[in-house]
Design a protein around this ligand. Structure first.
Ligand SMILES: [Mg+2]
Length: 131
């Protein structure tokens, strides 16, 4: 594998389901991204508040304490430039408008596969004009 564009990028994974969280970490470890983990929407907002170095948030929609839409909206208020990617169940795809209004840039539909995940996340860094 050639060097990943995700290498050194700081990615916050927001997922309440432990096995899904481990799965996403296992896939993304290969890219040498710096991985952080939050288990609910409020915790995700706190991570972003406390760490201006976060480049991207990979956010589940169905989360305890604070849902993904609300969390995304708050994160977007704090950081206009952070890349916000939703990971959503198929049943939520009817809610696209809400997703974009909440500040998400893009989304992945579960189940999420390794190649698809890495390609999607990489594509957002490839869009930076300085790369
Ligand atoms: Mg969930």
């Amino acid at each position: 594998m050639h060097e990943s564009i995700l290498k050194g990028k700081k990615i916050l994974i927001v997922e309440d389901d432990l096995s899904s969280r481990l799965y996403l970490n296992k896939i993304l470890e290969k890219t040498e991204a710096i991985l952080l983990n939050a288990g609910d929407g409020r915790e995700a907002v706190e991570f972003v508040e406390n760490d201006p170095g976060i480049d991207m948030v990979l956010m589940d929609i169905q989360l305890p304490v604070m849902d993904g839409y609300t969390s995304a909206r708050k994160i977007r208020e704090l950081r206009r430039e952070v890349k916000l990617i939703a990971q959503t169940a198929y049943s939520f795809t009817g809610d696209m408008e809400n997703m974009y209004e909440s500040g998400f840039d893009d989304f992945l539909i579960k189940p999420i596969y390794s190649k698809q995940l890495i390609e999607k996340l990489s594509s957002w860094f490839n869009r930076d004009p300085d790369i």
